[in-house]
Design a protein around this ligand. Structure first.
Ligand code: 0RA
Length: 610
């Protein structure tokens, strides 16, 4: 078990730790329903209909097994030894950690016809386990109040919890997971008979599918369960392969992904030749070609998974590569043979990708020969700073020339550079590499940053270690910000990973009373400041900034650019899954969902933690 941090990520991990136990109980075959509730008092409860944590006397500890589970750290871990199939012994790993990090925790076990009850304060029992009544249900109920002394922020986010629970429901088909939010009177139920096939359909929901029915395979090999679903789409030219091992999102990949990739390339080439689409003299499709427009979910459940890598999200078990590869090879070939129309469309999409890649390579060569992307001639629009050490240099990317002018006047010229861009940049999610490199605004941006692009990016050439996106606080501004974020995410990802990308937070309102001026960054803050300035009595003037260009230079400096007073949001990759999901929704070709999202989230995009 691992909480890792006491930020929002750590806070949400508390929920995951508890739900994991219920999922284990479900995988062991004893539980099919899990109910999670976000309560109005910042507590969370998890109820399942499993066997219930044992409540008998623990022979050596001389106390209830329930109390042992809730107070002792367990070695091994729920996926070590014993495995998911026979959840023998004491699982409940992680419960003790949640307990220790909770100001208060309440547990009820429904077992053998009785309700067993116990409460804790900061991990210490208030009293022994007592029987408080009779019941005909079975299962476990845990409600915890995270300790505000451990967690600076204890507001649970619907989005974060629902994304995790939805994935759990996809990955464990047949299980019903209900999520309720008392604060907003909202209840969602996740239940997917289709499992990861439904997951793939969900990921492609706003896109145009190439093969209408995803390929789906589930097979047990040497005690390991291998599950794969894939579907091609031609709306965005991106690859989405999500891989999981024992329900853990393996962001760093590993043997299951390796096996998947090699079988995909081999099988599609074999099929393309068999079907006569690739001729004898044609070169093979490459891995990149066959992954263009691919959406896939790989889920393996292993007796003894080995997690490696920096964040322990890389699957190490070497035997799994061959197992996944064999399962995909067989089932994909069978799928293509049975659906030759889909087979042809998939191969043709890969061939198109191959041609585009060749065109892009040419375009890149051309551009690089002219050394545009790494040239020493910086773009004319860039208002550079005098400092040369990237570590001390900042660049503000602003929308439009008028905002650019104000920012230029406001900036500290020693270390703050300004790059004004003309209106909206290209939506890179919908364009291929050759077109992206042909776009003037993007070229300007890449040249100004100095580090190159895509595979040839070299971070040590990056000219600024603070890249600040400064867009208006309105719907248009948030759209532009999203387009830029998408571009960084897709083509300058190391910049994001290194924590060099930031969002500026210009104020929305200016309040003046006599000589006193205050700025507000949200409607709530506006109302607060209005009151504290002695609002009701009148005389407080409230004006809304329509755009950055409307601000005076000193206002922009004081509120948004001065390092001593501003608040910058660092764009972090908290969770690639969440980021992908958001980008899909925002950038897919379907306009409606995108518009809806941007409008309903226009305000919260300010705090979007990608
Ligand atoms: C230890 C042993 C058994 C079940 C559990 C723990 C268990 C823990 C949690 C935590 C949340 N929900 C849970 N459900 C079950 C096996 C009990 C038996 O053998 O009867």
């Amino acid at each position: 078990m691992y909480i890792g941090s006491t930020d929002l990520r750590g806070l949400h991990h508390l929920v995951v730790e508890i739900v994991d136990n219920s999922i284990d109980e479900a995988l062991a075959g004893y539980c099919d329903t899990i109910v999670v509730t976000l309560h109005a008092d910042n507590s969370v409860s998890v109820l399942d209909n499993g066997r219930g944590i044992p409540v008998g006397m623990h022979p050596t500890a001389k106390k209830s097994a329930l109390e042992v589970v809730l107070t002792k750290l367990h070695a091994g871990g729920k996926f070590g030894g014993g495995g998911y199939k026979v959840s023998g012994g004491l699982h409940g790993v992680g419960l003790s950690v949640v307990n220790a990090l909770s100001a208060r925790l309440l547990v009820e076990v429904y077992r053998d016809g009785e309700v067993h009850h116990q409460e804790y304060t900061r991990g210490v029992p208030n009293g022994p386990v007592t029987v408080t009544g009779k019941t005909d249900r079975h299962g476990t109920y845990v409600r915890f109040w995270p300790d505000p002394e451990m967690f600076p922020e204890i507001d649970f986010s619907w989005d974060a919890v629902s994304t995790t629970l939805r994935s759990y429901a996809f990955l464990n088909k047949g299980i019903t997971i209900q999520l309720g939010d008392e604060r907003r009177d909202l209840v969602y139920t996740f239940h997917f008979e289709g499992g990861i096939e439904a997951f793939v359909r969900f990921l492609n929901a706003n896109r145009n599918a190439v093969n209408a029915k995803p390929m789906y395979a589930e097979r047990e090999v040497d005690g390991n369960i291998i599950e794969i679903a894939l579907q091609y789409q031609n709306t965005a030219f991106t690859e989405h392969v999500l891989a999981f091992a024992n329900n853990v999102h393996t962001e760093e990949g590993g043997s299951h992904v390796t096996g998947f990739r090699s079988a995909l390339t081999a099988t599609l080439n074999k099929y393309a030749r068999k079907a006569g689409i690739l001729k004898d003299n044609d070169p093979n499709l490459t891995g990149d070609d066959v992954r263009d427009g691919l959406t896939a979910v790989i889920s393996v459940k292993l007796q003894e998974p080995q997690f490696e890598g920096q964040t322990k999200t890389k699957l190490g078990n070497s035997e799994v590569a061959g197992q996944v590869s064999a399962v995909l090879g067989d089932s994909l070939m069978q799928y293509l043979d049975e659906n030759p129309g889909d087979g042809r469309k998939i191969i043709e999409q890969s061939l198109t990708a191959a041609r585009a890649r060749q065109a892009a390579a040419k375009a890149r060569d051309l551009v690089q020969r002219k050394s545009l992307l790494e040239s020493s001639t910086l773009p004319g629009k860039l208002v550079d700073c005098s400092e040369r050490d990237p570590e001390h240099c900042e660049i503000f990317i602003v929308e439009g020339l008028s905002a650019g002018g104000t920012a230029k006047e406001a900036r500290e010229r020693r270390n703050q550079a300004i790059l004004p861009l003309k209106g909206k940049i290209l939506n890179v999610e919908k364009a291929r590499a050759d077109k992206i490199l042909g776009n003037e605004e993007i070229k300007t941006l890449i040249t100004a940053l100095g580090a190159g692009f895509g595979e040839t990016l070299s971070l040590d050439k990056l000219r600024y270690h603070r890249i600040v996106l400064m867009a208006d606080a309105d719907v248009d501004g948030s759209h532009i910000r999203t387009l830029l974020l998408t571009f960084f995410w897709r083509h300058l990802k190391p910049v994001v990973d290194s924590g060099y990308l930031f969002l500026a937070q210009p104020p929305l309102y200016k309040l003046t009373k006599g000589k006193q001026t205050e700025y507000a960054y949200s409607d709530g803050e506006r109302d607060e400041k209005f009151k504290s300035l002695g609002g009701r009595g009148g005389k407080v003037d409230v004006s809304r900034f329509k755009g950055l260009g409307e601000m005076k230079a000193d206002e922009l400096w004081n509120t948004t650019m001065d390092p001593d007073r501003r608040v910058l949001l660092r764009v972090g990759v908290e969770d690639a899954l969440k980021a992908d999901d958001i980008f899909d929704r925002l950038m897919g070709a379907d306009v409606e969902p995108r518009k809806r999202f941007i409008q309903t989230h226009a305000k919260s995009v300010r705090n979007l933690d990608i």
